[in-house]
Write a new protein. Structure first.
Lengths: 1127, 363
């Protein structure tokens, strides 16, 4: 009995009228936890009852405390008939279970009814007395802190990052139980809400247990999702990153709020120095013994397969793994599509034919092979066509060459693996234990403590199409678990192919239509600094793999390779300057997993960097960016024949690779058009509907100073004979060039002119080496012909011979420019903007379009979809125009196909205004600093850091007033007819006008970001994770679908704010609306909507409130940074 | 392709006050879009008509959802559903309760009943104000009336406390409530030239000087006074009968006339006519006072003032300055009558009548 939960019902207000006769209500309250229920007295005839109840005490297990919500029901007493429910409040007790979070829940909470919405408010007090249970076998995990924030929370310091935690719970969906036929919609909705609340509690508890097992005390980047699988059940799953966090005492808390380099860099430098020496010692031996054993078979098969693979297939397994990894390098590959049906397993390679590719590519047909009883499907041995996608995705034009490269890389890797027998086993023994502990070197974080990220490889992603089947036994959610495990393995092996030992910025998602489900996962392959990890865990695994990719040492000059290896490992210590280290390639330049043009880093000139970098993470604070960034979106719509079951799944998986390819091409083109060279926060969503697939890729494009300047886009036609055609092409070319020039101006991208250095022009170098390397593989002879590699950097050719390309170009040029004064990005902050004011506005916008024309072509659909997104953005800009200059941050688009012919787009973002004048100053400082050497950079950052601080304080605008009170009086206003009342009536003058807030409501800010500009988060109060259902049978009366959804979203916001305020907080950070499922039946006048939101409740204080502390702190930090920089 | 659903919800509710005004004016979405386009909204942020329509619809919906709260403005501050900055709340409320004086003039003195509401379409035609806006304004009057009717204490303060209105607007509402309660006749053709402002001023005067609360009653706590501002003080009205002596007592009347004439001789152009008409004018004012015990005559206060006093003067082409002088000396002269003992009542009566007449004496 380790916990006592106490609740007190104080009062109610604004209750609805339940008794028409008296226009009043006889309200009482039921308080329920688990199976225990208490009741208050009836407070007769009042809409503002004062119950002032005793303390209701529940003596319960802490396990229950974690799982169950406290359920408060407000009812209207009726002497003659059954009592009518007014509404309910579910209170998550979890924040009270951690000593560092909230201690009491107290405040006005909205009373919610799934049919009527919010019906008044109730004032409650909830406390928990927890007795510590030190039982080793306990089932509870009280005290583990959860954060939605995908970075290290602001008032904590990370001691250790333990790694990936995941859990999944399944149940039957109450909506689909037989009993649903006889119960009311309200009862059914409430059963569902309660069940999901229970399931998330259970999930959190189980994840907490895993964290405790790993020795951690917190989960960061906690991402919980629901899969409403309909008939087949309800899945609640969560992933996160287990960490050990140390709370920073207030005095030492780093001032990280303004998010400038100055603020983040300083506090890390000393720590990294401190930790370097020990970690170096432990790692050195590993490196030195590595080169000889080139272990190549990824370690994956060693341990993850036993669950499923039948013996006959095991030999092929490593091979298939390898193949998958080699082609996914760049991520966007949906390659391994498998779908499971109950009788057997079918397997189909992702891409039967690639229409876009050159004739030289072998096309592979659809292969279906039945595997009888096995539950798991296998990828076939590497297929050339499969390979091509990866390469194609990387770069459009020269993909034949790349194909070969990728294929050969794969081949050699495999062969080396076989040769390295004894040594490999030795190493395996060495690494296996480490890997045992860390099955998935995956991190949900997107923002890292400085120094954590060593190198970034690129995006890795996997999609898999599955057929849903009823979950027979909720207690053993094995199928779903296995699916996800498979996908994570896939991701892991992709990362390996990129020469990386870890995946960061990882997320998972699903899209369900009827019985088909697309599971997606994506992340960024990266090399991490092992000092944040447990000893000898990740690093060994990673390094061994990394080195394994080094091909036949004798041939390509091993000294080079070795040099690179060591620098890679020691990079974070001395070799790589912090501002460019992460862009240096983690993979081996002579055995690249995909083709890329490598150059020497434009910043340090020592390491190789790719020409373009795609990632899912946020822009690292230390990254040096030229100019500003912008949101880049690729949108795609593909029709699909309606089908059932396997046929449907097959057709979807056949479509996926094409979609990914096209999305990627679009992204690439748009990136070039903006003259940028890197994407951050890339998120590709593919949604499935009955007769179409929607693809939406969003990312923030930036110009990384360390990467080479992107070349322009060149348009080429294949039939140069026609004069008018030539003209057409040249006008197109001109438009594109103009746009690029305009964009450069707009985003302030003026990279310092780069002197082409003689230091071994990297490209020919690469070619030489790759040829050398290729000669070892079988397919060397074709290379010379297929080599389309364009000598210098300027070569991105678009051929407009086929309609596809024309479409591409059209879409390129039709993207509406952002109105002046606006910037947008989907990352936490906009690179190049530092001096935020405190004016901020979080919003959600949802649109549903009905496609009236049933027979739309792909192109027509694309146009519609693109227009939809563009118009939505335009509307947002217009709506937020009063905040100019401002930036829409964390723009998160979600697309869905709720019904045939319906497209739903939901956007959540935060608009933050900034200061124009100081902005320019900061810009200048930055541009001056960029491209110059390190000391100067430090200096400039110092400058801009100080200017930010000094400017922040005076310019702090009144919070929460985006619409600066626009007083306009165009009509007879009362002032004009002020009646000159004679004096002598002092009485009326006495009444001073009070603000309309008798009991002031706490203003609660909400933001999808992990911080609030101009403020400091002093306390995390716990996670908010709420699920609501709203249903109506009087849709027209509630203002139609828009009115219904508008009020529902407003209600959800209100409830979130109220719960945050009740915890004692004044803001919700890392807010996200993970689910917004909307269903309507206008004929029946009905609609239903489900919304799931989450975030971290926090207390923040204004920076200006803490007097002179921050500047003092900052100056100390900057000076220390300067010192570090010189050492 | 059609937009099935289009929603924008901000954590802080975004409200464009210009659109709010269009909504209050009762425009339809498409009309409002036209107005906004004419005002150049398209020039902002590279908007297009589609964007503007979407924004207008969304704003209108927001206002409609907030309307419920505006009906009891004190709730707006304590509700949790919409996070609206305090300054915006004040503007929202103030604007919602603002009214067109043309409309108010029409409704003034009418019973705020369902019947009147049904006739609003006529009012709408006559005033050119949309029916929707008329209904809102009418409902506002009625709502304020209903709430204040039951309450004790000073009228303006009650309105301010319950509806959080600015001082000037609260006074206007007090006038409306006062007129609706006493049902003063304002609709007669002869009264048509008077504006709402004229009546509101008069109402202010009546509230300030002729009600129970008017004389300060400093010792009585507010809560003890019933309807102190809404109804005229009965006792005072009864005492007004005593003023009859000024016309009934021939000597006194003559004396009064002599005093006034002495003071005005050479000072006004209409002196001759005044001398002739003095008795009629004086009788009109005194009779008016003595009749006020009857509710019917209270209702006719303004029409009587116009018919019995203002019209004769206007006929004789008195100027405002002349009337001011006349009324001043007419009032003061009574003090010099040795036998006249109702000085207090006289001042209380004439003070209000004088300022009312001066306010009402125009074309």
């Amino acid at each position: 009995m380790p916990g006592k939960l106490k609740a007190k019902i104080v009062a109610g207000r604004h209750l609805p009228v339940m008794d028409r006769a008296s226009d009043l209500t006889d309200a009482f309250v039921e308080v329920k936890f688990g199976n225990t229920t208490f009741k208050t007295d009836v407070f007769p005839k009042s809409l503002n009852p004062q119950w002032n109840s005793e303390w209701f005490k529940f003596e319960v297990d802490d396990e229950d405390l974690q799982d169950e919500p406290l359920q408060i029901t407000v009812l209207d007493h009726d002497t003659y008939s059954a009592n009518d429910a007014i509404g309910k409040v579910y209170i998550d007790i979890d924040p009270l279970l951690s000593c560092e979070a909230a201690t009491v829940i107290s405040g006005w909470l909205p009373i919610y009814d799934t049919i009527h919405g919010i019906r008044g408010e109730i004032n409650v007090l909830v406390k928990v007395d927890l007795f510590n249970d030190l039982n080793r076998f306990r089932q509870s995990s009280c005290g583990v802190k959860f954060f939605c924030t995908t970075s290290i929370p602001r008032c904590y310091r990370v001691a250790l990052v333990h790694g990936f935690v995941e859990e999944l719970v399944v149940n039957e969906d109450p909506e689909y139980q037989w009993i649903d036929r006889i119960r009311t919609p309200r009862a059914s909705n409430e059963a569902r809400q309660r069940l999901i609340s229970l399931m998330s509690g259970e999930l959190q508890r189980k994840i907490g247990l895993k964290v405790l097992e790993m020795g951690g005390n917190a989960v960061v980047g906690y991402l919980q999702c629901f899969d409403l699988e309909g008939e087949s059940g309800l899945v609640v799953r969560a992933i996160g990153t287990a960490c050990t966090l140390d709370k920073l005492s207030p005095g030492t808390a780093p001032n990280t709020t303004t998010h400038t380099n100055t603020h983040t860099l300083p506090n890390t430098a000393p720590t990294s120095n401190a930790c370097n020496s020990p970690s170096k010692d432990s790692k050195e031996p590993v490196f030195s013994e590595d080169p000889p054993h080139s272990l190549s078979g990824p370690p994956t098969p060693l341990r993850t397969l036993p669950s499923s693979s039948p013996p006959p297939f095991s030999p092929s397994k490593p091979c298939s793994r390898q193949s998958s990894s080699s082609d996914t390098d760049l991520s966007l590959t949906p390659r391994i599509e498998r779908f499971v049906s109950s009788p057997g397993v079918f397997l189909c390679p992702s891409s039967p034919t690639l229409s876009f590719d050159s004739p030289s590519l072998p096309s592979s047909g659809l292969i279906l092979c039945s595997i009888g009883s096995a539950l798991r499907a296998y990828t076939p041995p590497p297929l050339p066509s499969v390979q091509s996608e990866g390469s194609v995705l990387r770069k459009t034009v020269s993909f034949s060459e790349e194909l070969m490269l990728a294929a050969s890389g794969m081949g050699s890797g495999g062969s080396v693996g076989k040769e390295a027998g004894p040594l490999k086993t030795l190493l395996r023994q060495h690494t296996q234990s480490a890997l045992e502990q860390r099955e998935f070197p995956i991190f949900t974080l997107t923002c890292f403590p400085p120094g954590f990220l060593v190198h970034v490889g690129g995006v890795v992603s996997t999609r898999s199409v599955k057929l849903l089947d009823r979950i027979h036994n909720p207690d053993e959610p094995e199928t779903r678990d296995a699916w996800w495990e498979e996908i994570r393995q896939e991701i892991k092996s992709h990362a390996k192919a990129l020469g990386c030992h870890a995946v960061v910025g990882y997320s998972e998602s699903t899209s369900i239509c009827e019985e088909v489900c697309i599971l997606s996962a994506s992340g960024t392959a990266a090399m991490l600094n092992p000092r944040f990890m447990r000893e000898g865990c990740l690093d060994t695994g990673g390094s061994d793999h990394r080195l394994s990719r080094q091909p036949h040492p004798g041939m390509v000059g091993s000294e080079r390779g070795e040099g690179e290896v060591s620098s890679t490992w020691l990079g974070f210590e001395d070799a790589s300057p912090p501002s460019c280290g992460f862009v240096h390639i983690p993979y081996d330049e002579f055995n690249m997993p995909f083709p890329a043009q490598l150059t020497y880093c434009y910043h340090c000139r020592r390491q190789k960097v790719p020409d373009v970098l795609f990632t899912t993470i946020d822009l690292p604070a230390e990254a040096e960016v030229t100019g500003k960034g912008c949101l880049i979106q690729a949108r795609l719509c593909r029709t699909k024949k309606k089908a059932q079951g396997e046929v449907n799944a097959t057709s979807i998986s056949n479509l996926l690779p094409f979609m990914e390819y096209e999305l990627h091409t679009q992204l690439m083109n748009k990136l070039k058009l903006r003259s940028m060279n890197a994407l951050f926060g890339l998120r590709i969503q593919i949604s499935v509907g009955e007769n179409m697939l929607l693809g939406l890729a969003s990312a923030t494009g930036v110009y990384l100073s360390a990467l080479p300047a992107p070349g322009g886009i060149q348009i080429a036609g294949k039939t140069p004979s026609d004069l008018s055609y030539d003209q057409h092409i040249s006008t197109m070319q001109k438009r594109i060039d103009d746009t690029i020039a305009k964009n450069k101006e707009l985003y302030n991208i003026h990279p310092p002119e780069c002197i082409e250095e003689v230091v071994g022009s990297p490209i020919p170098d690469r070619q030489r080496s790759s040829r050398l390397f290729r000669s070892t593989s079988e397919s060397s002879d074709e290379l010379s012909e297929l080599d389309l590699s364009h000598g210098k950097k300027d070569a991105f050719v678009l051929e407009i011979d086929d309609t596809d390309a024309v479409e591409d170009i059209q879409s390129l040029l039709t993207d509406a420019p952002i109105p002046a004064g606006f910037y947008s990005c989907n990352t936490e902050v906009m690179p190049g903007i530092h001096n935020w004011t405190s004016g901020l506005q979080m919003f959600t916008s949802v649109r549903v379009y009905r496609l009236s024309n049933a027979n739309l072509t792909n192109q027509g659909l694309n146009k519609i979809f693109t227009d939809l997104c563009e118009n939505l953005l335009k509307s947002l800009y217009f709506k937020l125009r009063s905040m100019i200059p401002c930036c829409l941050c964390h723009l998160n688009f979600t697309v869905a196909v709720p019904e045939e012919e319906l497209i739903q787009v939901a956007v959540t973002a935060v608009a933050m205004s900034f200061d124009k004048e100081t902005q320019q100053a900061a810009d200048k400082a930055l541009t001056r600093g960029s491209g110059e050497n390190e000391e100067q950079l430090q200096f400039s950052m110092e400058m801009c850091g100080e200017s930010t601080i000094s400017n922040n304080q005076p310019t702090a605008k009144p919070s929460g007033v985006p619409e600066s009170a626009m007083v306009h009086s165009s009509r007879v206003s009362s002032s004009e007819r002020c009646s000159p009342l004679p004096e002598g009536r002092s009485r009326s003058l006495r009444s001073t006008r009070s603000l309309p807030c008798g009991a002031p409501v706490t203003v609660v800010k909400m933001t999808p970001l992990s911080f609030l500009p101009g403020t400091r988060i002093v306390k995390y109060l716990g996670i908010i994770n709420m699920f609501f259902i709203r249903e109506t049978t009087s849709l027209r009366e509630e203002g139609g679908v828009s009115g219904f959804l508008h009020s529902f979203i407003a209600e959800v916001f209100a409830m979130v704010r109220a719960h945050v305020a009740a915890l004692g907080g004044n803001a919700l950070v890392s807010y996200s609306m993970k689910e917004c499922v909307f269903m309507e039946n206008p004929n029946k006048n009905q609609a239903q909507c489900l919304i799931n939101v989450s975030g971290d409740a926090v207390i923040f204080i204004r920076e200006s409130d803490q007097e002179a502390i921050p500047p003092l702190l900052t100056s100390r930090q900057t000076s220390s940074t300067g010192a570090d920089g010189t050492t | 392709m059609s937009m099935e659903l289009d929603v924008f919800v901000g954590n802080t509710t975004i409200m464009d006050m210009e659109v709010y005004q269009l909504w209050l004016d009762g425009l339809t979405v498409s009309d409002a879009v036209k107005v906004r386009m004419d005002e150049g909204a398209l020039l902002e942020c590279e908007a297009n008509p589609e964007v503007l329509t979407s924004d207008t619809m969304d704003q209108f919906r927001t206002f409609q959802m907030c309307e419920r709260l505006l009906h009891s403005p004190t709730k707006l501050g304590s509700q949790l559903l919409y996070q609206i900055p305090a300054q915006n709340q004040i503007i929202l409320i103030e604007r919602y309760y603002e009214f067109d004086s043309v409309f108010a003039r029409e409704v003034l003195g009418k019973k705020l009943s369902k019947g009147t509401k049904k006739d609003l379409d006529d009012t709408s035609c006559k005033t050119g104000i949309t029916l929707k806006s008329c209904r809102r304004q009418f409902d506002n009057f009625k709502r304020v009336f209903k709430v204040v009717e039951e309450l004790k204490g000073p009228l303006v303060e009650n309105i301010q406390r319950h509806f959080l209105l600015s001082d000037t607007l609260a006074r206007d509402y007090a006038a409306i409530v006062f007129f609706a309660n006493s049902r003063f006749e304002t609709g007669k053709r002869k009264l048509q030239y008077l504006s709402f402002q004229d009546f509101a001023f008069c109402a202010g005067q009546l509230i300030s000087y002729w009600t129970i609360g008017a004389m300060g009653a400093p010792t009585v706590p507010d809560s003890m006074m019933e309807d102190m501002d809404v109804d005229l003080e009965k006792e005072f009205l009864n005492e007004l009968k005593d003023l009859k002596v000024l016309v009934n007592d021939k000597d006194m009347m003559d004396q009064h006339k002599i005093l006034v004439c002495a003071a005005l001789r050479g000072k006004i152009k209409v002196y001759k006519l005044m001398e002739v008409n003095f008795k009629n004018l004086s009788r009109a004012l005194i009779n008016l006072a003595s009749k006020l015990t009857h509710t019917k005559d209270v209702r006719d206060l303004f029409i009587d003032l116009v018919e019995k006093f203002i019209e004769p003067c206007r006929y004789d082409r008195w100027t405002v300055a002349e009337i001011t002088l006349f009324l001043t000396h007419y009032t003061n002269a009574a003090h010099c009558l040795g036998t006249f003992r109702h000085q207090m009542i006289w001042d209380r009566y004439m003070g209000v009548i004088k300022s009312c007449i001066l306010q009402m004496y125009h074309e």
